[in-house]
Design a protein around this ligand. Structure first.
Ligand SMILES: Cc1cc2nc3c(=O)[nH]c(=O)nc-3n(C[C@H](O)[C@H](O)[C@H](O)COP(=O)(O)O)c2cc1C
Length: 142
């Protein structure tokens, strides 16, 4: 059975809801899924997984959350992270700039991003949650 590690940061729970939707979608495809909070994430959570999802809302001014997620993502640079990966996160007033920058950066780090990142404004509604489940199913098929 393949393992998907979903590593995420969430302050008010919106990105966490997305992570849970992705988990549900992947589990329906017989994937073992672990939710890992950024505060507890280690490089091995990426190295040892078959599939990876990273989630973080837009924080600061269009950047990743700076105390846990940013240093964790920085630690991936120069490591062997070339495995099927998806990115996701919640935002509010911006236009998704944080995610565009993050995706570009992950590609520079050697990440294998399999599809367009999923971004949802504020709390996911039912449509948004369905999109999360579909993303979970998609990475499960890699
Ligand atoms: C300190 C702070 C900075 C934020 N900066 C941005 C931003 O630059 N652009 C944006 O679109 N949303 C911004 N937001 C809104 C969050 O991305 C949004 O509330 C999101 O749903 C939070 O996700 P979470 O519930 O997973 O923490 C910011 C929120 C906070 C608290």
């Amino acid at each position: 059975m393949k393992t998907l590690n979903i590593i995420y940061w969430s302050g008010t729970g919106n990105t966490e809801m997305m992570a849970e939707g992705i988990k549900k979608g992947a589990e329906a495809k017989d994937i073992k899924v672990n939710l890992v909070r950024a505060e507890e994430a280690e490089l091995n959570h990426v190295i040892e997984a078959d599939l990876v999802a990273f989630g973080c809302p837009s924080m600061g001014a269009e950047v990743l959350e700076e105390s846990a997620m940013e240093p964790f993502i920085d630690s991936l640079n120069g490591n062997n992270i070339n495995k099927p990966t998806v990115l996701f996160g919640s935002y509010d007033w911006g236009d998704g700039e944080w995610m565009r920058n993050w995706e570009e950066r992950m590609s520079e780090y050697g990440s294998n991003i399999i599809c367009e990142p999923l971004i949802l404004q504020n709390t996911p509604d039912d449509t948004g949650l369905s999109e999360c489940e579909a993303l979970g199913a998609k990475i499960a098929s890699c």
